[in-house]
Write a protein that binds this ligand. Sequence first.
Ligand SMILES: NC(=O)c1ccc[n+]([C@@H]2O[C@H](COP(=O)([O-])OP(=O)(O)OC[C@H]3O[C@@H](n4cnc5c(N)ncnc54)[C@H](O)[C@@H]3O)[C@@H](O)[C@H]2O)c1
Length: 424
Amino acid sequence: MEAIDRIASARRDMPLVVGIPTRHPAPGPLTGRLIAACLHLTPETVVLVEALRGLGARLRLCAANPLSTQDGVAAHLRRMPGVEVVLGTADWDGYRWAVDAVAAQGADLVIDDGADLILAIEANPADGNRRLMGACENTSTGALRLQTAQEAGGLTVPVFAITRSAAKRLYDDLHGTGQSVLDALLRTTNLLLAGRVAVVAGYGTCGRGIATRLRALGARIVVTEISPQAALDASLDGLAVRPMIDAIRDADLVVTATGSRDVVTEQHLIQAKDGVILANAGHFDVEIDAEWLRKSGPSTPVRPGLESYSLPSGQEVLLVAEGRVVNLAAAEGHPSAVMDVTFATIALCLLELGAAHTTTVEHTGRQGHPAGVLSVPEHIDTTVARLALGQAGVRLDIATTAQQEYLRTWGGPARGASTGDHAE
Ligand SMILES: NC(=O)c1ccc[n+]([C@@H]2O[C@H](COP(=O)([O-])OP(=O)(O)OC[C@H]3O[C@@H](n4cnc5c(N)ncnc54)[C@H](O)[C@@H]3O)[C@@H](O)[C@H]2O)c1
């Protein structure tokens, strides 16, 4: 399918993002602003870029993952007026080069997927970051890294952690990741899941989404966790919880979704069941020690996106998509409808940052939002949920004045139950 057709298809499934320029006609807070973005170069990203162009912004883009870049899409973006695409070679050196090249030129606002671009701009004060007004970070891993930078005094602007939005977590992390990881696993392995033992490392939002879908297809789920609360959550959902060193002995499939590193390493792999399949759904390819596998023995391609490694013990271990984020590296990432909610949230957060900056700096001299990692403002979350419900034709009750009054006496107004004060 041609890139142009995939973009048209994405546009059809992204009414929230497509409608943003109509709901916020330019000139507005983003008119004339330069947005630097490190994003997966997919058709959905084109739809976001079109909306931001419609709001009057210019964009400079690099790719969030060398394996997720779709060449036709990158070429399409390059042809758009007001859009620059900076791409290095299709490996991590090329990725780093492109991030640094975009960072060196500075920006008014940033959209990031993993925090490398925000951190590179922050570390580059001689260049453009003095004009940086704020940023949006798309992943929980990125938000965690920014939190660490903030604690070390290295974050000078407000950054909205998009993953902390209720709508994004539901659509993207839970349902989107769950479905698209399964899509990637089925495409690459053709595994019959019924009756198999599937180990899911990490029972956060992504892990829960993956485990739920694997279970629905008949797999027997074992969760590994380091958080007592998350382990309890899994246990109360009826799932077995065991340490990885035990769990991997029976595993037919292991999927990591922790956001951490070294979750499956040599010590686990030498205990693994012969023929175990490993896949990573976490943001970085550090959850499974693919390097050790590569060093330990020869590999043979089994199917597209699936390599088999023979360990010195004679065991076979199969690795999906080289241990990179599996739904992006071996499938199409999230369905467009999922990205509609995430990208609508990002666009509204950018408008918020631009408006707060314009209002406060020009009229009051105060910064609108404090520097640091921030949750998505509740009114934006509510707006996105309302728009998504509207698109789905779902109607809900509106709290009466008496109900609002009653709820206020118990500690505050009902979540998102406003009569429209914050309607977009
Ligand atoms: N593939 C995708 O499309 C996609 C989408 C969103 C997020 N992500 C990535 O997936 C990862 C998880 O995201 P999330 O939103 O579920 O995060 P989360 O914080 O909600 O959950 C992560 C869970 O992993 C657990 N964990 C941490 N280290 C562990 C270890 N060594 N062993 C077992 N469990 C461990 C934590 O206790 C936590 O419960 C992140 O890297 C995130 O960036 C991927």
